[in-house]
Structure formats: C-alpha cells, structure tokens
Design a protein around this ligand. Structure first.
Ligand code: AMP
Ligand code: MG
Length: 354
C-alpha cells in the first residue's frame, strides 16, 4: 500500500484531511507530518502496537525511545509524575517550540513508547498542522523523525515519501520545514538538567532560564566509543551513503585541503561531492559542489544540512568533503549532526596541507 499524500499549509489547514489523519492515528495507524524541526512519523503514543509499528517502519532499534508530542500544556501532567520548576519555566518560555524535555513517566505511557525506560520525552511543537493533527489523534502522538533509521532526517515531504512511502498510511505535505534540525533535548531526571541533544534552543538560552545546566559528556567528546545518554544518539545517524569527512581550519587552508583531497580521489576514479558555502563554492574545481548557504546565515546552514546530504545520495557520489560550521548560535547543533554523519572523521586542514 502506498501512503496517501495530502498537501496543506499552516495558514490554510485542510480540516477534513486532519480529521481523517486523526482517525488513522486513533485506529493504530501511522501518519507523517511536518513540524518546525523536521518531519515526524506519528503514531498514538499510548498504544504499544502503534509504537511497535513506528519502530518497524523506520527499521529503528526498539531501545531507542520515541518523543511524545502534545498540543496543549495541560496534557503534560497526564503523562508525567513530576514536573520540576525548571521544566515548568522552560515550558513557559519555549513551548510551543523546538524543545524536548525528559521527565518521569506516568503509567499510561507504555514502555514500548519509551524504549523500556521509566522516563518519557515530551515536546509541544509550534507547527499549526502538527498541533491540529495531535489534537485530532487523541492528544499524545509519538513521533520520531520520519526517515528510515540511519538516513538524514526529512525536511520535505518528498524525503518522507522516498523513505517510508510504502510503509505508512498517510503523509501530510506542509512544504519545507522551518528549522531543519531536531529539537534540543533536556533531561530533568537528574539533579542538574542535562542537554542530551543540542538544537535550535542553545545551551546559553537554557542557562538564562535554568541557571545550572550542563551538556551530556557523551556529546562533547568526539570519540565515538563514549556513549551519550540519549539512547538514540549512540547510533550512526543522519548519514549519507558516501564516505563523509569534515575539513576544519581557516578558509584558505580548508579550500586548499579539499581541492587537494578531491584531486587525489578523482585520480582514483572516485566521484567527489563538496559541501561548500556561498562564499567558497566557486573555488572547488573538480568536484560536484553544493552550497549549504552563506556562512553569515547559520539558520540557512542548519536548514539545508540534511537536504544537501540527501542530494549527494541522489547524485551517487563516493566521497564527500565538507567544510566545518562552528557558527555562533547553532554551531553546536549543526556540528553534532555533521560529526555523526561523518562517523567523527575530521581533518585539520593546516596539518594535512603540510
Ligand atoms: P528522534 O525521535 O529521531 O527525534 O530521536 C529522539 C531522541 O530522543 C533519541 O536520541 C532518543 O534516544 C532520545 N530520547 C527519547 N526519549 C528519551 C528518554 N526517555 N531518555 C533519554 N533519551 C530519550
Ligand atoms: Mg531521528
């Protein structure tokens, strides 16, 4: 069966289609939908069978818990047993929005949804389509990113169709998403709140509200043998099919290094892709070059990252060299995804050029 695709926008909702999608969720089916971060693959979070279907459709390991999406703040207390003051303040400040909080779970949330854990991840998305669908589907929608496990997250409905078109019931096409990287995850089950996944809401923004908050150690260490606390962050993720390396250093060194590596790879008969910026894209002569945007606009870089990785999959390149993007606000989130996509292969341009 091929998923039915319906198109709408947040300003122009198709409430008949939303009702139909909500009925699919209530009956235990799966519906992919846009959020402000990436497309989600939704199922009824309180139905263990629906969660199992999500894991099966994505090919996702079932110890990797799902985020439960709500569309009314009051719903939070129904699925958690304790909400610390810090979590309440963050909800007030950043919900609806790209923030997920981990809290102790109430009994109505099945362990199938939480990957066997006693805690539950909760998010209140700001996307209008997502909110209406969640309400129509009963109020609690488990929704991981709507990609096949291991592939880059989907930022357009076409990406969802490509990965899951044959495995789910319906896809709501709301156009391109706004942010393009998954939500920031904050864990409140420890004494001091911990960031398990960086995102649009940065550590600095969290510190403003919480005071004390730290990054999960597993995120800061580039050694992939140290496991992060969020079960999902340990898997090779977001990855393109080609062999991806990140080249870091100043612009001149990076351009020279990537050109040199490209020539070596081309001489071996390999097809090379380069992830460049508007400022550098004209300087790579012998590769397929995609610009991720201007270095001056970090939100554009975040927005295009997964799309560029998927475009290189379509181009069937063998090797990808990417510039690094340690931008001021979203750099942590962008580099977290890029490093995982590259399996932590990072090359220092200055060293390599010696
Ligand atoms: P995705 O659904 O693709 O956005 O990924 C969800 C992320 O949240 C994964 O990295 C999960 O491991 C993480 N996560 C969800 N629930 C929990 C939880 N209860 N404790 C820790 N991490 C969680
Ligand atoms: Mg995901």
């Amino acid at each position: 069966m091929r998923a039915e695709v319906v198109a709408m926008t947040g300003e122009n909702l198709d409430m008949d289609a939303i009702k139909k999608a909500g009925d699919i969720l209530k009956a235990g089916g799966l519906v992919a939908f846009p959020t402000e971060t990436v497309y989600g693959l939704g199922g009824n979070a309180l139905d263990p069978q629906a969660s199992m279907k999500i894991y099966a459709a994505k090919g996702r390991p079932s110890d990797n818990p799902l985020i439960v999406h709500i569309a009314e703040l009051e719903q939070l207390e129904k699925i958690t047993t304790e909400i610390p003051e810090g979590a309440k303040s963050l909800a007030e400040k950043y919900w609806p929005g790209p923030l997920t909080m981990i809290l102790p779970k109430a009994d109505i949330v099945p362990r199938e949804t939480t990957g066997g854990l006693d805690s539950v991840a909760v998010r209140f998305p700001s996307d209008r389509i997502a909110q209406e669908l969640i309400k129509a589907g009963g109020g609690f929608v488990a929704a991981p990113s709507a990609n096949t496990s291991g592939r880059p997250s989907p930022t357009m409905a076409e990406h969802v169709e490509e990965d899951l078109g044959d495995a789910i019931d319906m896809i709501i096409d709301g156009g391109q998403v706004g942010i393009g990287l998954e939500s920031t995850i904050v864990d409140f089950t420890e004494e001091i709140p911990v960031v398990l996944r960086p995102g649009y809401i940065s550590l600095e923004m969290l510190q403003e509200t919480l005071g004390d908050v730290r990054m999960d150690k597993g995120l800061l260490i580039t050694d992939s043998s140290v496991h992060p606390k969020a079960p999902g962050m340990k898997y090779r993720h977001y990855a393109p099919k080609a062999d991806l390396s990140i080249i870091e250093g100043n612009e001149e060194d990076v351009v020279a290094c990537i050109n040199h590596l490209t020539d070596e790879a081309v001489a071996k008969g390999l097809k090379v892709g380069v992830i460049a910026t508007d400022e550098t894209k004209a300087r790579y002569a012998h590769a397929d070059v995609l610009s991720i945007g201007s270095r001056e606009e970090e939100e554009t870089i975040a927005h295009h990252l997964y799309e560029v990785l998927r475009d290189f999959d379509d181009d069937r390149v063998d090797v990808i060299y990417s510039e690094a993007f340690y931008t001021p606000k979203m750099g942590q989130a962008i580099m977290n995804r890029l490093l995982k996509a590259a399996g932590h292969k990072i090359i220092n341009a200055q060293e390599e050029n010696k």
